[in-house]
Design a protein around this ligand. Structure first.
Ligand SMILES: *[C@@H]1O[C@H](CO)[C@@H](O)[C@H](O)[C@H]1NC(C)=O
Ligand SMILES: *[C@@H]1O[C@H](CO)[C@@H](O)[C@H](O)[C@H]1NC(C)=O
Ligand SMILES: *[C@@H]1O[C@H](CO)[C@@H](O)[C@H](O)[C@H]1NC(C)=O
Ligand SMILES: *[C@@H]1O[C@H](CO)[C@@H](O)[C@H](O)[C@H]1NC(C)=O
Ligand SMILES: *[C@@H]1O[C@H](CO)[C@@H](O)[C@H](O)[C@H]1NC(C)=O
Length: 336
């Protein structure tokens, strides 16, 4: 019955019109190629597609061992559709449609060219400063159509489903390793591409070691830390009320500390994108008790202090005071 319809309606010149001349595909995916065909008269006895370019004896894809189980034909009136599933790189070829009537045979030129692509993450810039913008594109060597893209950052799925990821403005959380794939073919992930976000110092802070009470004559180390990318290259130490810097370097060691060293300290962290001061850290140097002073045993240095000239040698003046209650009338001057 079908052949009869062809016989009546299949009028015209010999011809095959392909719906597309090139197809871009990913390994493992499924493609469909279709064509319509015309012929002057007669009965169609055979229709098929082939890729092996031995014109004299084209191999019907259905019978081609390279395609076993992966090829389907769909016949309609003057139309023929070929579906190839689970594409392999070796399927990259030109596919032609051929039909045979009781009178003659015909192969449509130029056929459909199937090419493969893999996926690559391409960025407008691989290193971007906080606040700027960047586009990441899932790049192919030929144009894929009808796919939904998926994106990963550090292997975590992102919500974007476009071929490009527009990051504007960029923030430091956007930094990481990016890869892309298409939905349904997640195993064909692109290689990871590293994206770096640079920013000026943040969260500059000071710590002191050892912690706890600082007594005169001991040494303390102040350490500055800051989050920055690239890392901080310059640290500067300041004491409040003193304009010139006290020191440079990430750590500031004060040896043989004196009560005069008491005060508020802070550091400044700097990289090429900016600088940022820490909060101030209060350094409170406790004066030591003179050895042998009668009250020594019962008075904790934390609660009171005594400063003696001449390192407590007898006859030198000493000053007693209570740091928690430093009113001048609570101070006592005495001789050792
Ligand atoms: C990314 O794309 C741009 C413009 O299309 C191109 O100039 C550049 O070479 C590509 N980079 C990579 C790594 O493919
Ligand atoms: C990113 O893509 C958008 C839209 O295509 C474009 O307007 C913008 O200029 C691009 N940005 C960069 C940094 O290339
Ligand atoms: C990104 O990839 C590099 C190696 O290519 C790895 O050293 C690094 O830890 C990765 N980063 C993250 C955040 O996974
Ligand atoms: C600053 O750093 C501390 C310790 O690393 C962290 O707990 C805190 O969340 C950071 N603050 C900001 C604003 O980043
Ligand atoms: C006085 O204090 C010093 C330092 O705290 C301590 O080493 C010393 O043993 C004390 N002397 C007496 C008599 O308790």
């Amino acid at each position: 019955k079908m052949l009869l319809i062809y016989m009546v309606l299949g009028q015209g010149a010999w011809g095959v019109t392909y719906s597309t001349q090139s197809i871009c595909a990913l390994k493992g995916s499924t493609v469909e190629m279709s064509c319509s065909y015309t012929f002057p008269s007669g009965k169609v006895t055979s229709t098929f597609w082939y890729s092996k370019d031995t014109y004299k004896n084209p191999v019907n894809l259905i019978d081609d061992p390279d395609y076993t189980g992966r090829v389907k034909y769909h016949d309609e009136k003057y139309r023929h559709t070929l579906t190839i599933t689970d594409l392999r790189k070796s399927d990259s070829a030109v596919y032609k449609f051929r039909f045979i009537t009781d009178g003659d045979k015909y192969t449509g030129a130029p056929g459909v060219s199937l090419s493969f692509t893999d996926l690559q993450v391409n960025m407008t810039a691989a290193t971007v400063t906080d606040g700027d913008s960047v586009n990441l594109t899932c790049k192919t060597t030929c144009t894929l159509i009808g796919h939904t893209y998926i994106w990963y950052r550090n292997k975590q799925l992102l919500t974007n489903q476009e071929v490009s990821l527009h990051l504007n403005p960029v923030s430091s959380e956007d930094a990481g390793n990016y890869s892309c794939a298409v939905k349904g073919l997640e195993s064909l992930l692109s290689p990871e591409k590293k994206f770096i976000v640079t920013y000026g110092p943040r969260n500059t802070s000071v710590s002191v070691s050892p912690s706890g009470e600082i007594v005169e004559g001991s040494s303390v180390t102040l350490t500055c830390s800051s989050d920055a990318n690239p890392p901080v290259y310059k640290y500067t130490w300041y004491k409040k009320t003193v304009t010139s810097p006290k020191a440079s370097g990430q750590s500031y060691k004060i040896t043989n500390i004196r009560s005069e060293d008491s005060g508020e300290y802070y550091c400044e962290a700097q990289n090429k994108y900016g600088r940022l001061n820490s909060f101030t850290l209060s350094v409170d140097v406790q004066w030591t008790m003179s050895p042998g002073w009668p009250g020594n045993a019962s008075v904790s240095p934390r609660k009171s202090w005594r400063k003696c000239l001449g390192r407590g040698k007898s006859g030198h003046p000493c000053l007693d005071c209570c740091p928690r209650d430093p009113a001048p009338d609570k101070r006592k001057m005495m001789l050792c």
